[in-house]
Design a protein. Sequence first.
Length: 732
Amino acid sequence: MIDYIRKIDSEENLTYEESFNIASHCSILLSGKDDDQKASARKIAIHVLNNWSCIPTETYPLWTDIIEAIGFYPYIEKNKETMAIQSLSDMVRQKTHLSDHLPTTYMHSEQKVLSDYLLSGKNVIASAPTSFGKSLLIEELVASSKYKNIVIIQPTLALLDETRLKLKKYSANYKIIVRTTQPAANDKGNLFLLTAERVMEYDPLPHIDLLIIDEFYKLSLRRVDERADTLNNAFLKIIGNFNSKFYFLGPNIDGITDGFADKYDAVFYKSDYSLVDCNIIDMTSSIDYSKKGKVLDEEKCKVLCKLLDSLRDEQTLIYCSSPARARRFARYYLDHLVANGTITTNSLPLIDWIKANISSQWSLADELSHGLAIHDGSLQKHIGASIIKYFNEGWLRCIFCTSTIIEGVNTSAKNVILFDGNKGGKSVDFFDYSNIKGRSGRMMEHYVGRIFNFVVPPPKEKIVIDIPFFEQNPISDEILINIPIQDVKDHIKARHEELHKTQADLLKIIKQNGVSINGQISIYYQLELDINSSKYSDFSWTQMPNWEQILYVLSIAEKKLFNIDHHGVSSVKQLTRYLNDYRKGKNIMNIVDNIYQNKIDSVRPETAQRNSKKYYDEAIEQAFHIYRHWFLFTVPKTFRVVDSLQRYVCDRHGRKAGSYSYFVQQLENDFLSEDLSILIEFGMPTSAVRKLEPKIPNGLTEDAIIEYIQKHKQQLTSNWLQYEIDKLNQCL
């Protein structure tokens, strides 16, 4: 197989005899019963497709028969001018692979099998490569209208927004719900596009007919995901209350907890079937790994620049272990291009928006103009989404990215570079490596991708995902407390009983909050101590807290609900100061400027001048990370939990309780009008929503606001930047 693939890839034109011989070999492989032989035939066929113009036209019918036998029906449809189906039986088989509910979509053979399982009403746990097309089957389920109320859980808001844009065409049959303040429709179905946290917060849910969990491996506690508890509880909430059908999907998984599929009458469908192949290129021999630290990075960067220059006409993702490293290496390559006299050509609308709303000092503006970008979890949602859109449309050729590119968005490229071998402070394991590698090659565009390894890849291992709420070894208290007593295994029944000794009404609050049980109980006891002291006023406030009240809430929650672990802040007092500044100024750029000035003031003037741009990039990274990690997620969740507990304590003592809901909503909504904040969920930049705010009539519902904007779009956007207009058109 390897020899045949080398010949296909290296020859400018295969002879008739060479093409015939390779096709004959493929036919033999396909006629066997061994899965590895069939996989080899698929690989050869993919490389033939990749070099179709080099294949003798006389052998096109022969290769078309082989590609049809393999089941690559999407490629046959794509290349129908040169891949004519000859026989009636072949034509019938092709038509049976046309989607039942997506009129122009042909499925490959294994995709069709999985589709039939789902449409028959089976519970399905699917593990298949990135290029398999698992997500397409979500759309087919929605298009079928088989299920009235569907919950789709995805790990990031960016993925959920991509899904919303794909599914909004079905708005006649479904109301799309993206946050907890939107009521469910009664006159049609509902599509709940939510994170696991929002599933737990949404109350009450209507009867849910289908639950879809994307990236279901995040249920595992053994993979150490801090949100695994919530995802397990979201499953228990929906399946426990409604006995819904479910569809789990994820990549590169060999098995799940024994017995789970049997209990829930589910099919575990594992497939290695892929419509793209990946060539692996070792770059480690070009690098002296006896060097360490910055010296090693410098050597690797020189090799990287040379490689990227050679890949100039092809799109490339460069995996880096952290946002700081992604930004540093992107700047390094930008400086390399500038030093070599590369002419700036890109004039993307986002560049003008950055200069108007952030700063021309930010390196991202220069990088975008040279066809480069960064992508990590710190970027504002609309910026990250725009970068992926530009990349998918071919306007960018390189993205320096972190693990967000693996599980946070849907994109792929001709080339992937594994530049670093770490993720979250640990070595990239085989599972993560497979997911990174899976981003190389793009179905229907790049038949063959490449991964360039700058580090030695991890050894192959079997990936079995534990389902904690079912296996219960290991299991956290936060999941265990939500499991019905009849489903608790004998070895932890005593622990389950101990958890339920807490008074029932307090336990109900703790379960609804879904975070650390011990942490919540500690906060409860602290509030009990403080309610009859001068501290009472620090937690019984309403509307907007002052500095001392913010500090109190964060202080009693630190080390109980969260840890200050270098997410851009060094102490609760510093977090309080940033939060208070943001509350007053309502602009994250004030914090950027503050961080930047502190960096400048801490060094000598000549050092500050030399590193000014570097310090500004670092300030933006830090401030944006504070915004995403603290202001949009950790702080609102913390305040909600403390709010529920202080209400309970105040009620017990007959004292007036506080109310934090207004502050939390304002914080999550960028201090915009509640009715307009849904536009932020849809990926609009805050700058544009603020321009809309004074022009929208009062008293309109969220749905009516969207209708009003669509009807009066031209007048409302008369003084907008092109980027803001583009985002509005994309979002609505």
